[in-house]
Design a protein. Structure first.
Length: 391
């Protein structure tokens, strides 16, 4: 069975208190030092009481605090070329703030993670209600089924008061972010590079919208390139900020599987949308379900598993998603979540092509169906069986 692994939280040894602006710049400075991460930051805090004192300490004092020779050399080298005040000024020009694990704004769920990042760079705003969040991840090359599942589930979860968190990547990530934005709700993107760089570059507009409606987050200083090694570790933040991870279409070697591994280590829930046994895109998700991940057929499965069923009210959609007449009901009874060409729709319904084409156009405007390319359509929602033609 797929079970979360209990872990001791690193926060047990951390000192939590409000930081002054003077102290904060030294957290940012140490975040530039290679080989100095969570464990060594805790050593320095325990020994010196603040990172300001640690930054000003001699090499001998740093060794006495528990740093090895390599780490001491890295601190010395960074101090010689880094101006903490200039670093803070550069962040301010870009509208980026740095929050640390000693700040109240630091995500509470992330404080429970063993390997929590000492500093988070944030563009936008993190809110307490973002604790009610779900990670939505999956392949960068989704099928029409995966795109629709990601869009519908993200929309429904967002409208239920859940913040959607993902990684701004192509494919499922971007679909999840856009769905939350189009629903007028919050979403957060966690990057594997500095916040002065948008990756992939074609998502610059999407990133700007996310920063306005939610936040863009990274543990990496400004200027950090989107190197491949950054993304598996980035995924621990995506899962760590959330109550659970929802996987939609993930091949066996998908990066989404890394997020699942982190989620289990962090004692978080894992949810998967089932897929075709013939689709390579669904091999990873189907195997996770076999191992015990929660199978998801609708957003309610996620909310109920997390005891969040009453977290928010769905927007009033019933009227929009009811067929207007028997013709619409017949078309809905024919369409599924797999693409079907308009010619085949007409043949199965026994309706004139002009009627099928015009009715589908009106139904698409109301969100009942969607054209997914090549004059092929899918249904986008379950609807009330108001008309007898729905069989």
């Amino acid at each position: 069975m797929l079970r979360p692994i209990k872990r001791t939280s690193a926060k047990d040894n951390a000192l939590y208190r409000p930081l002054t602006s003077e102290e904060r710049k030294y957290w940012v400075a140490f975040n530039r030092v290679p080989s100095v991460g969570r464990a060594r930051i805790q050593l320095l805090l325990s020994h010196f009481g603040s990172l300001e004192e640690a930054w000003k300490a001699s090499e001998g004092a740093l060794k006495a605090a528990g740093l090895d020779t390599r780490s001491v050399s890295a601190v010395t080298a960074t101090r010689g070329k880094l101006d903490p005040d200039a670093e803070m000024a550069a962040m301010e020009r870009l509208g980026v703030q740095a929050i640390t694990w000693e700040d109240a704004e630091y995500p509470r769920l992330l404080k429970e993670v063993y390997d929590l990042p000492p500093v988070l760079y944030v563009k936008g705003t993190l809110l307490p209600e973002d604790e009610r969040s779900i990670a939505v991840v999956g392949t960068r090359r989704p099928t029409a089924y995966g795109r629709e599942a990601a869009s519908q589930l993200s929309t429904d979860l967002a409208r239920s008061g859940v913040t959607i968190i993902s990684g701004l990547a192509r494919g499922i990530d971007a679909i999840a972010h856009r769905a939350a934005l189009e629903a007028g709700c919050r979403t957060i993107a966690v990057l594997g590079n500095g916040l002065d760089i948008t990756y992939p570059p074609e998502h610059a507009g999407l990133a700007a919208q996310i920063a306005e409606r939610g936040a863009i987050v990274s543990e990496h200083p400004l200027g950090t390139r989107p190197e491949a090694k950054n993304f598996p570790r980035r995924n621990r933040i995506i899962s760590g900020m959330t109550l659970g991870t929802l996987v939609i279409e993930a091949p066996e070697d998908s990066g989404a599987i890394w997020t699942v591994r982190h989620a289990l280590e962090q004692n978080r829930e894992v949810f998967c949308v089932p897929g075709s046994i013939f689709s390579p895109n669904s091999l990873g998700t189907n195997e996770l379900i076999q191992e015990g991940a929660k199978l998801v057929l609708s957003y309610k499965d996620v909310l109920e598993e997390l005891n969040m069923a009453g977290v928010g009210e769905q927007l009033p959609l019933a009227a929009l998603f009811t067929p207007a007449d028997d013709t619409e009901a017949k078309l809905l009874g024919t369409l599924t979540y797999e693409p079907l060409h308009i010619d085949e729709v007409g043949r199965r319904c026994g309706l004139p092509m002009a009627t099928v084409s015009g009715t589908l156009a009106m139904m698409e405007l109301r969100g009942l169906v969607k054209q997914v390319g090549g004059m092929s359509y899918i249904r986008t929602r379950e609807v009330a069986a108001t008309y007898g033609a729905i069989g």
